[in-house]
Design a protein around this ligand. Sequence first.
Ligand code: NAG
Ligand code: NAG
Ligand code: NAG
Ligand code: NAG
Ligand code: NAG
Ligand code: NAG
Ligand code: NAG
Ligand code: NAG
Ligand code: NAG
Ligand code: NAG
Ligand code: NAG
Length: 422
Amino acid sequence: MRRMETAGHRRLWEAVLVMALVLGVLQSASCVTFEVKDSANKTCIMADLSVNFTVEYSAGTKQAKASFELPGDSTVGSNSTCGKDKEAPLLVIVFGNHSLSINFTKTDAQYQADELVFTYNLSDKVRFPDAAENGTKEVATNNSAIIAKTNFVYHCINPHQLILGNVNLTFYAVKLEAYLNNNTYSKNESRCSEDATPTSAPTSAPTSAPAPSPTTVPVKQPDVGEYRVNDSTGAACLLAKVGLQLNLTYLRSDGKVVFKEINIIPKNMSVDGKCLNGSASLTLSSKEVFLSFNFTLNTTVSKFYLGEVNLSTTIDDAKVPKFTQENGSLLYLQTTERKSYKCNSKQTFQITENFSIDTYNLQIQAFDINENKFGPAVECAEDQNGMLVPIVVGAALAGLVLIVLIAYLIGRRRSHAGYQTI
Ligand SMILES: *[C@@H]1O[C@H](CO)[C@@H](O)[C@H](O)[C@H]1NC(C)=O
Ligand SMILES: *[C@@H]1O[C@H](CO)[C@@H](O)[C@H](O)[C@H]1NC(C)=O
Ligand SMILES: *[C@@H]1O[C@H](CO)[C@@H](O)[C@H](O)[C@H]1NC(C)=O
Ligand SMILES: *[C@@H]1O[C@H](CO)[C@@H](O)[C@H](O)[C@H]1NC(C)=O
Ligand SMILES: *[C@@H]1O[C@H](CO)[C@@H](O)[C@H](O)[C@H]1NC(C)=O
Ligand SMILES: *[C@@H]1O[C@H](CO)[C@@H](O)[C@H](O)[C@H]1NC(C)=O
Ligand SMILES: *[C@@H]1O[C@H](CO)[C@@H](O)[C@H](O)[C@H]1NC(C)=O
Ligand SMILES: *[C@@H]1O[C@H](CO)[C@@H](O)[C@H](O)[C@H]1NC(C)=O
Ligand SMILES: *[C@@H]1O[C@H](CO)[C@@H](O)[C@H](O)[C@H]1NC(C)=O
Ligand SMILES: *[C@@H]1O[C@H](CO)[C@@H](O)[C@H](O)[C@H]1NC(C)=O
Ligand SMILES: *[C@@H]1O[C@H](CO)[C@@H](O)[C@H](O)[C@H]1NC(C)=O
């Protein structure tokens, strides 16, 4: 009896091994690696990616839909470039008469796929049977949401879908890095939001992060408030969920420059705001503090951003007690319309030299808001890296549990079968 069981288990492990090998092969089959090098043979862009294309086109009098994958024999186009001086690096992937080009831009902190252009040739009658035209078409987007920290590799296992008019691109199993340092991927990863957030469950637990070092800062983390500003019809034009801490630098009456932190206590604030054409504001006021945020919509790129912050308060021990600060030329929290910006990690926004705001558990959206609820979240890079370890550990554990469960079930069935035949 015992011998039969071990034989059964060995067969099971063989099956698991074969399955793992098959999965491995299947996964690597559709994933293609691309490298762009400069004249000195230094790699500036490296990418492993899989892409599924769905293209709607007219076939005769009807609309047809072509679905195909990025083929394994796709190549790096000769017009790819690392970019000289301020030119943007560009990766052009070529297959058949079609091409997918991605150019990159960066700031000090992060880089992103800026413009993504897909050019396809309807003369390809294998992919576009019965196409009514023979010419080439071009679709593009400036909102790829492919973004990573500088010297981090962008990693996205889950499907990341981009809609470019009549073309749907689904990227998956993507590893990609631009502005490469050592001709190979960096060790650190920025994970995409698709990998980071399994559901869009709101996480507002302010108790979850214990203050690590209460050495100099006696002020505790601010409570998270939820704010909503309505237009004349009662629909929301601004939604914000955020814990706010203000940091003021001022001249004390004894002549010393000191700083003071003020937590915004949501239940003490009266909430107001305006929805205008192209701008939306949120004002939080109490007896002690008046704080306003003004968001602007850039219609040419369909993005909203925080353009202006005003603060007015009184500081008792200051040489000049009345403390007012404003900056109307900000460009913070830039986010594509109909999406929300999310950052659970602490973020610091410098408003003026003497005034900064720390945010905790931030989620914000302005203008076109569907059903008064947050749209899909664009998560900040800080959150994505914080999520990586739990995800990897979680996935590994889930896999382990599954294997043990299968082993157990098959083992059971085999030993049952054993009893019956004897
Ligand atoms: C560039 O580097 C590759 C290996 O990374 C090497 O095979 C090739 O010969 C190099 N080409 C030039 C022009 O240096
Ligand atoms: C991509 O297309 C292939 C073949 O049609 C399909 O098996 C696979 O599930 C697709 N993957 C995604 C992420 O859409
Ligand atoms: C489109 O494909 C056809 C057939 O392969 C080719 O003759 C034509 O030059 C292509 N058009 C462009 C702009 O590449
Ligand atoms: C496209 O080109 C093919 C071959 O060159 C030709 O047979 C077909 O009639 C052309 N279709 C259209 C819509 O021009
Ligand atoms: C993307 O931005 C570039 C430069 O700002 C512009 O020329 C192009 O038309 C934009 N593309 C789309 C699809 O908005
Ligand atoms: C906006 O409408 C919601 C729901 O009707 C309400 O709870 C909220 O107080 C309103 N916001 C403002 C600033 O009046
Ligand atoms: C407040 O701002 C001052 C000056 O910029 C800075 O030194 C201090 O660390 C800040 N405090 C917090 C809690 O961020
Ligand atoms: C909003 O502004 C745009 C252009 O700035 C204008 O075309 C539109 O009519 C305005 N809408 C309203 C309701 O004022
Ligand atoms: C936001 O700021 C702009 C530019 O200063 C101003 O024209 C607009 O009225 C402000 N919007 C609100 C709602 O206060
Ligand atoms: C909108 O964004 C584009 C591209 O970033 C910029 O060139 C333009 O000046 C912006 N327009 C406004 C009104 O901010
Ligand atoms: C307003 O913010 C911008 C961008 O952060 C900064 O360059 C500028 O110095 C600030 N203006 C004032 C008056 O602090």
